[in-house]
Design a protein around this ligand. Structure first.
Ligand code: NAD
Length: 491
């Protein structure tokens, strides 16, 4: 993937790659070095139209009529194909994102494999709802709901965990019998294309999976969400874009599933296992350079242990290894782009102007000539800010958190819930009752006790408020990607 600049990342429509149009190429940039490593073919509206039409034909034709057992068998073969080509997927993900190779291998690609296996299991085990209704004079009615696929689903994904998030949607959508048109982020187009190959090798019929590359409103994303042939939209990305996509889809009243931004809190009580809390907080603040929707950007710490937590986190932030993604020792890669770095550095400035004490970081690291053109920032921790300050209210999406003291449980709950977002929270305590009590009071879709990002893929995933609409995962995904028809039979 890192060979010369003539390498093209192509669109995939109706089972085949589309010859790139030289006039519609944009650069694929390695965020670790700033170098262009490929050109991406931006789909025009005619190509998006072809992709939607071919998805419709696949849905109306063979794929929509494929029995469940064959669909789930195919999903399992896809998982095997990704595993067989693991290092290609890893290399593609690293080239696009600059993330450490170990993370790409152990988190991103491993989860993609798991997504295909878990949703094969979930869909194979999903039954239909039925009710016996008692009627007058001893008669009865049988109600049963037949779940049918939506049809053609638009899948729009961001750049932070490209393959993981794409497969999280594509696997259940296909398992439920839908055909999909996916629009990966313009910044991370590569693994969606490799997935097209894996799906084809596994035997997916032409048109059931299509990839169109490009940007938002005036490009492939906008063409796709406005397209009248789309039966549903599943979107992961920022809250602002989600809101825009919702208004685009609204006139045709199609189902939407939105996994959006977060401003996630952690609460550390004085009775927590501080070592375990520090390990968990370090992961939750700095994993993927803070570019996970679930990452913690607000840490509320009970005053008696505030110093211990602050010192412990500073030590762990200093121990992070920022270096070339291919280096197995690297823990922390660059941000996705120079534009995103400008945004994150803007919050660094705002925090200092608001009176933050910068415990560690706060700038751009010196990493030498090879990585000098990359979009790196230092892992950063602040104290001295309050919930009134923009860096504590707005999603930054970088390796940064504000530490804020609290005195009582009630105060901690109030501070953590004082946000328009509602994605995730983590509570650190050894008091069993308090753990359950506080975790349940978090106004979020996912609340952890003494853990972070511990996922069972059968459990519901999603957020409230600005963090999204609906849930995916396990049966929630089946509910989104299917529509019930209730049949009532008078017996
Ligand atoms: P983004 O909203 O800028 O882009 C997401 C996708 O939408 C991209 O493919 C983009 O090209 C496309 N897009 C942009 N404008 C569009 C439009 N008008 N119509 C159709 N498509 C459009 O988000 P991003 O910067 O790529 O990703 C980071 C954001 O994603 C963060 O806010 C993060 O919290 C969020 N995120 C949420 C979750 C979750 O599960 N809740 C997971 C990962 C990332």
């Amino acid at each position: 993937m890192t060979a010369g600049t003539e390498y093209w990342i192509r669109n995939f429509v109706n089972g085949g790659f589309v010859e790139p149009d030289e006039a519609r190429g944009f650069a694929a940039v390695d965020p670790a070095t700033g170098r262009v490593f490929a050109r991406v073919h931006e789909a025009d509206s005619a190509l998006v139209d072809r992709a939607v039409m071919s998805a419709r034909q696949a849905f109306d034709g063979s794929w929509g009529r494929t029995p469940v057992r064959d669909r789930v068998a195919l999903l399992r073969r896809v998982a095997d194909r990704i595993e067989a080509r693991l290092e290609e997927f890893v290399a593609a993900e690293v080239a696009d994102t600059g993330k450490p190779v170990t993370q790409a291998r152990e988190l991103d690609v491993a989860r993609a494999v798991e997504n295909f296996r878990v949703f094969a299991d979930v869909v194979a085990a999903t039954g239909q709802e039925s009710f016996i209704t008692d009627l007058p004079e001893g008669r009865q009615a049988l109600n049963y709901a037949v779940r049918k696929p939506l049809g053609v689903v638009a899948v729009i994904t961001p750049w932070n965990l490209p393959l993981l998030l794409l497969s999280w949607k594509v696997a259940p959508a296909l398992a439920c019998g839908n055909a999909v048109v996916v629009k990966p982020s313009d910044q991370t187009p590569s693994t969606a294309v490799l997935l097209a190959e894996a799906l084809t090798e596994a035997g997916l019929p032409p048109g059931a999976y299509n990839v169109v590359h490009g940007f938002g409103s005036g490009s492939a994303g906008g063409y796709l969400t406005r397209h009248p042939g789309i039966d549903g939209v599943t979107f992961t990305g920022s809250s602002a874009t989600g809101s825009h996509v919702m208004s685009t889809v609204a006139p045709r009243v199609r189902p939407v599933s939105f996994e959006l931004g977060g401003k996630n809190a952690a609460i550390v009580f004085e009775d927590a296992d501080l070592h375990e809390a520090l390990t968990g907080l370090t992961k939750s603040i700095f994993t993927n350079t803070g570019q996970v929707c679930l990452c913690t950007e607000r840490v509320y710490v009970q005053r008696s242990v505030f110093g211990d937590i602050a010192d412990g986190l500073v030590g762990r932030a200093r121990a992070l290894h920022l270096s070339h993604p291919a280096d197995a020792r690297t823990t922390t890669g660059p941000l996705i782009s120079q534009a995103h770095r400008t945004k994150v550095l803007g919050y660094f400035d705002q925090a200092e102007k608001a009176g933050a004490d910068v415990l560690v970081g706060g700038g751009v690291p010196e990493l030498g000539a090879e990585l000098g053109g990359g979009s790196w920032v230092e892992p950063t921790l602040w104290t001295g800010l309050t919930n009134a300050d923009a860096p504590v209210r707005e999603e930054i999406f970088g390796p940064v958190a504000a530490l804020i003291p609290f005195d009582s449980e009630e105060e901690a709950v109030g501070l953590a819930n004082d946000t328009e977002y509602g994605l995730a929270a983590s509570v650190w305590t050894n008091d069993l009752r308090r753990g359950h009590r506080v975790a349940q009071r978090m106004n979020v879709g996912m609340s952890w006790v003494n853990a972070w990002y511990l996922r069972d893929l059968r459990s519901p995933f999603g957020g409230t408020g600005l963090s999204g609409i609906g849930r995916e995962g396990g049966g929630s995904s089946v509910h989104f990607y299917t529509e019930p028809t209730n049949v009532c039979v008078q017996l």
